[in-house]
Design a protein around this ligand. Structure first.
Ligand SMILES: *[C@@H]1O[C@H](CO)[C@@H](O)[C@H](O)[C@H]1NC(C)=O
Ligand SMILES: *[C@@H]1O[C@H](CO)[C@@H](O)[C@H](O)[C@H]1NC(C)=O
Ligand SMILES: *[C@@H]1O[C@H](CO)[C@@H](O)[C@H](O)[C@H]1NC(C)=O
Ligand SMILES: *[C@@H]1O[C@H](CO)[C@@H](O)[C@H](O)[C@H]1NC(C)=O
Ligand SMILES: *[C@@H]1O[C@H](CO)[C@@H](O)[C@H](O)[C@H]1NC(C)=O
Ligand SMILES: *[C@@H]1O[C@H](CO)[C@@H](O)[C@H](O)[C@H]1NC(C)=O
Length: 293
């Protein structure tokens, strides 16, 4: 297994990659820096010597072609990691489907739970509900508080012409902003009449938090989402506990390791982040990570 990982690391090391992406992707020495095409920059890593904290533990599963990357040992799939503090993940969507006689034929409501240091990005994502008889509520935790919000998507056959591409305004689709600092969420769907009034046009409701620019509502979604398992979501990450000032007090644990980096506090979420100083780029979390442009 270790041998395979080394072999793969060697293959990738010998593949010429653009300077920008290879420096931005820097992992610790002797650590896998890629899972297929996905860069794994430190503090992320696939083994304890390679990640900074268990929260940044990722698993590269080679039984998939190309291999897939997962958060820790969870089913949350990661498709992109950047050192600026964002991750892109693919998240299971909630579904609620009915037979013509009104009995439930499919109900799924996956729990999304992010590790410490990770929160749902509240500007890039929207909570959306799609369906003609769908009432959606998202329940969850923001920091240590409970929160809930919801919206309702309705439509009738006569609304068909109004179900316009890209508009999510309550007719067949509704959306709301996600609160700040959310790390756990569970989307629940219910109906007014088990789709009995709208069954001929739509018999399922769907709920998800999705990267806004990755999902445009169209009338086809009412049925096509049945075949969709996961949709992309943007997750923020930070490091350390508390503020920059608190972190700087202990140089052994302070995460901004590059001498040409600076610490800053993100607008939302836990902890702090590091960035290379102007004129430098790379990975501020590594001693030699920031390099001149
Ligand atoms: C990789 O994925 C397969 C298929 O889902 C699963 O059976 C296997 O346990 C996974 N392996 C690891 C190391 O997570
Ligand atoms: C992941 O590993 C932790 C610790 O080993 C364990 O408690 C947890 O149940 C595991 N989760 C899954 C989904 O396997
Ligand atoms: C409703 O329809 C489903 C699927 O067609 C069928 O399995 C079920 O037996 C029906 N239930 C009743 C109460 O008619
Ligand atoms: C609607 O669905 C719910 C939950 O699946 C079920 O308990 C209820 O009996 C259904 N109502 C009708 C009118 O079929
Ligand atoms: C930060 O706090 C969390 C929660 O209390 C803890 O799990 C984690 O280990 C802490 N991290 C560090 C670097 O101290
Ligand atoms: C949320 O994502 C946007 C776009 O990717 C980014 O500009 C913003 O800084 C992120 N928010 C936080 C708190 O990281």
């Amino acid at each position: 297994m270790v041998f395979t990982a080394m072999l793969i690391a060697l293959i990738f090391a010998s593949t010429p990659t653009p300077l920008l992406s290879s420096s931005a992707a820097a992992a610790k020495p002797n650590c896998a820096d890629r899972c297929g095409e996905i860069a794994i920059p430190y503090p992320f890593g696939t083994t304890p010597e390679c990640y900074q904290h268990y929260s940044f533990f990722v698993t590269c599963n080679h039984t998939f072609t190309p291999p897939k990357l997962f958060m820790q040992n969870s089913s949350v799939e990661i498709t992109d990691i950047n050192v600026d503090g964002q991750l892109k993940v693919l998240q299971l969507i909630t579904k609620d489907c009915y037979a013509r006689n009104g009995t439930s034929i499919l109900k799924s409501s996956p729990l999304i739970e992010l590790p410490h240091y990770f929160t749902v990005n509240n500007t890039a994502n929207k909570f959306m509900v799609v369906g003609c008889d769908a009432i959606g509520v998202v329940n969850g935790k923001r920091l240590s508080r409970d929160y809930a919000l919801g919206c309702t998507a309705q439509c009738e056959a006569s609304d068909d012409l109004r179900l316009r591409e890209g508009s999510c305004n309550g007719i067949g689709c509704c959306q709301t902003t996600v609160a700040e600092d959310v790390w756990r969420l569970n989307i629940l769907l219910t109906t007014y009449s088990n789709y009995s009034d709208v069954w001929d046009i739509n018999n399922c409701g769907y709920g998800f938090v999705v990267e806004e620019k990755a999902f445009k509502f169209s009338i086809e979604n009412l049925n096509a989402l049945k075949e969709v398992e996961r949709l992309p979501m943007v997750v923020d990450w930070a490091i350390g506990n508390g503020t920059c000032e608190e972190g700087e007090k202990n140089s052994a644990t302070f995460a901004c390791k590059s001498p040409i980096s600076a610490c800053y506090k993100p607008e939302t979420g836990y902890g702090y982040r590091c960035r290379c100083l102007d004129g430098y780029q790379g990975n501020p979390y590594l001693q030699d990570g920031c390099q001149g442009l």
